[in-house]
Design a protein around this ligand. Structure first.
Ligand code: HEC
Length: 175
């Protein structure tokens, strides 16, 4: 584990930052990270969503490179899920959907020394839809359980992120 930490520090990976009370500060600059996948209107219950959102998924470039080399997410990995309102009724558009406005972010953070379950989950969207500067980790049953049970690799939904999935497929083909 020490080796992994040393590697992350040497590469200058942007790391999660916390308040003294242990809340996660909103990750910054993630749009410059690696973009690994997008989904539209996914849900975990039956029926169509009335207001589908794009979910755009970003990961630190260094964590991505580590994943490509080793198939593992290093300590201090952050995945940011940016939600974008999907719309159809604008300008010349007659079908299909485009992203109209940003609706906030959620984050998954791997921090081995801090979280008993290795990963913790955060939501930076206030009651009125406003962006929050910091957030508390959700209890395990709210987020972690589903990610742990259904995420393809180490709690992460790699099965839905084509850029990461491609590396898993290539690594398996080499064996
Ligand atoms: C019932 C299952 C389920 C629960 C509960 C759940 N998620 Fe997820 N989550 C998913 C799925 C499926 C994806 C794949 C991408 C998507 O939804 O667009 C995902 C993706 C994510 C991602 C992108 C990184 C990753 O790990 O794949 C974040 C961040 C995230 N969820 C945050 C949360 C937070 C915060 C909570 C709790 C409030 C939560 N999730 C609860 C199923 C779940």
């Amino acid at each position: 584990m020490l080796l992994v930490c040393a590697w992350a520090a040497a590469a200058g990976m942007p790391e999660p930052r916390y308040t003294q009370a242990g809340e996660l500060l909103r990750p910054e600059g993630y749009r410059e990270w690696m973009f690994v996948g997008a989904s539209l209107g996914m849900g975990y219950k039956e029926g169509e969503s009335k207001s589908p959102m794009f979910h755009n998924i970003f990961i630190q470039r260094e964590a991505y490179e580590h994943f490509v080399k080793t198939g593992k997410f290093p300590d201090k990995t952050m995945l940011v899920m940016e939600k974008v309102e999907a719309a159809t009724d604008e300008s010349i558009n007659k079908r299909g959907r485009f992203g109209r406005s940003f609706a906030g972010i959620e984050a998954a953070v791997k921090d081995v020394s801090r979280f008993a379950g290795t990963w913790a989950y955060f939501h930076f969207i206030g009651e009125g839809g406003e962006a929050l500067p910091k957030a508390k980790a959700f209890p395990k049953e709210s987020c972690w359980n589903c990610h742990n049970e259904h995420g393809a690799v180490d709690n992460v939904f790699v099965q839905f992120y084509p850029v990461l999935k491609e590396h898993v497929r290539r690594a398996a083909a080499k064996k």
